[in-house]
Design a binder for this molecule. Structure first.
Ligand SMILES: [Zn+2]
Ligand SMILES: [Zn+2]
Length: 242
């Protein structure tokens, strides 16, 4: 399986990442990717860019540049069980690819009931496009109920290659999530979560998870350029080409 888009990549705009947007672009091009999501951290993450960065992102970074289509987005932090996010709705509205993630640094793990409430509330948020690295042994939740809600609300679930290394404690959680996405027909993307250009497009760990879970390829949005472009067109109301 080959991917045509990396849907979760950080740049030096997040202070703990080490490549520029052009270095990531060059890496994406070299690997034959057609789409590259620029998804830096928001608000409360230490070293995250200011809200002004997100205000300017879409006007400044072109949609198409030298053969690669940028998705101007973010990885927004979930702050509590109510699904509160740390970027204003007006800014989330402007972005084309919004990933919502829980990070231990900003939201210490809660009990399964609260984690379930958190994901159910995030599912209902129309500004969120993608569910970020949800399979985490430290954040147990009612997977059946939550993935059904993602299906109902039209969310995309990422399989995050940085967080599903072989033998990691999260591996079985990822397989469970992937199986339930298949059951509920939730579209999946395979992402690198690269913080360095050399990792752009590296999704081998995620491919292993979807193989293990026997996810049908038609559910994997970024395994096919036409499928991915069609989904982006539906999401944004603008035409995307493969
Ligand atoms: Zn990061
Ligand atoms: Zn993250």
């Amino acid at each position: 399986m080959k991917i045509i888009a990396d849907t979760h990549v950080h740049t030096i705009a997040s202070e703990h990442a080490f490549s520029t947007v052009l270095e990531n672009h060059a890496a994406a091009k070299k690997k034959g990717l057609r789409f590259l999501a620029v998804t830096d951290h928001t608000g409360k993450m230490p070293g995250a860019p200011t809200d002004t960065y997100f205000l300017c992102l879409k006007n400044t970074l072109p949609r198409e540049y030298d053969g690669v289509c940028f998705l101007r987005g973010c990885e927004v932090n979930i702050l509590d069980e109510h699904g509160t996010l740390d970027l204003p709705d007006t800014l989330l509205d402007r972005l084309e690819w919004v990933i919502a993630s829980a990070h231990g640094l900003l939201m210490p793990p809660m009990n399964a009931e609260k984690n379930t409430q958190m994901w159910l509330n995030v599912a209902k948020n129309p500004h969120v496009d993608v569910i970020g690295h949800c399979a985490d042994a430290d954040y147990p939740f009612d997977c059946e109920r939550v993935i059904a809600a993602f299906a109902k609300e039209g969310k995309i679930v990422e399989i995050n290659a940085s967080r599903c290394c072989a033998g990691s404690k999260n591996e079985s959680c990822w397989i469970k999530v992937a199986r339930l996405c298949t059951k509920h027909r939730v579209p999946i993307v395979l992402s690198s979560d690269a913080h360095f250009a050399g990792d752009v497009g590296n999704v081998e760990n995620a491919i292993r998870i979807v193989r293990e879970a026997q996810v049908p390829e038609e559910l994997i949005l970024n395994a096919d350029a036409a499928r991915f472009a069609k989904k982006l067109s539906e999401m944004t109301g603008k035409a995307y080409t493969e």
